[in-house]
Design a protein around this ligand. Structure first.
Ligand SMILES: [Zn+2]
Length: 236
């Protein structure tokens, strides 16, 4: 039955048309998702760099503090009074306290940097893997998008040549039915049930289907063109 073949071709054409709409959207979503992953990693790298910068500044402060401490300690040999001596001692004590605070900060920040480096290394590895998946997926999608127009032309050409084999009045009925049924005009029937609407077909009508007549038979419920298809054949 040419109508069955035409329906198959038209259904395929619909799928290709749908893909022509969907694939560019999927590609755009893929790009957006991957850009977000890359951005998150970039942020993590920046956070680590900021910590490293703070660490360098603390080391610098520590160096300056030590220099100041050294100079202050040297001044002990130059003091001329006990009062002055006490003042320098006080100054040294304050500087030593400051020094200790900076040292503690450095220990803390080095631990933080260590933790961040470990987690970043894991993230970098994951990023490499997802980058490869992204490239593969992107290539596949672009390939499919690239071939979609020729696929569509091929299906349409098949459809045209199939239509030439079908009488005009039958085509008219087919097109009308297709338009009101979301593109599906011809469906199979099996065990007295229409595969389009899953309602039962009256036995007399079902028997007509089995007779393999040239006449078009409609499902009394969904009004689609039905044909008998032995579904036992599929499992063989
Ligand atoms: Zn039906």
């Amino acid at each position: 039955m040419h109508l069955i073949a035409l329906q198959k071709i038209d259904t395929e054409t619909q799928k290709v048309l749908q893909s022509r709409k969907d694939l560019p959207l999927r590609l755009a979503r893929l790009d957006t998702d991957f850009a977000a992953v890359r951005e998150a990693l970039e942020e993590e790298r920046n956070r680590l760099e900021a910590k490293n910068q703070t660490h360098r500044e603390l080391e610098e402060a520590l160096k300056k503090g030590m220099e100041q401490l050294r100079k202050t300690r040297d001044r002990i040999h130059e003091v001329k009074s006990n009062k002055e001596y006490q003042a320098v001692l006080k100054e040294i004590e304050t500087l030593e306290q400051k020094h200790g605070i900076v040292e503690d900060k450095i220990i803390t920040i080095l631990e933080e940097i260590d933790t961040m480096k470990t987690s970043l290394a894991i993230r970098e590895g994951e990023f490499q893997a997802s980058g490869r998946r992204y490239e593969e997926e992107r290539e596949k999608l672009e390939k499919r998008i690239g071939s979609i127009e020729s696929q569509l032309q091929e299906r349409q050409r098949q459809g045209e040549s199939m239509r030439e084999k079908i009488p005009k009045n039958v085509l008219k009925r087919y097109d009308m039915t297709k338009n009101v049924n979301q593109g599906l005009a011809v469906v199979s029937a099996w065990k007295e049930t229409c595969d389009g609407c899953h309602m039962s077909i009256p036995p007399q009508l079902y028997n007509e289907l089995l007779e393999d007549t040239e006449e078009l038979i409609m499902c009394p419920n969904c009004r689609r063109i039905i044909y008998w298809y032995d579904q036992n054949k599929e499992s063989v």
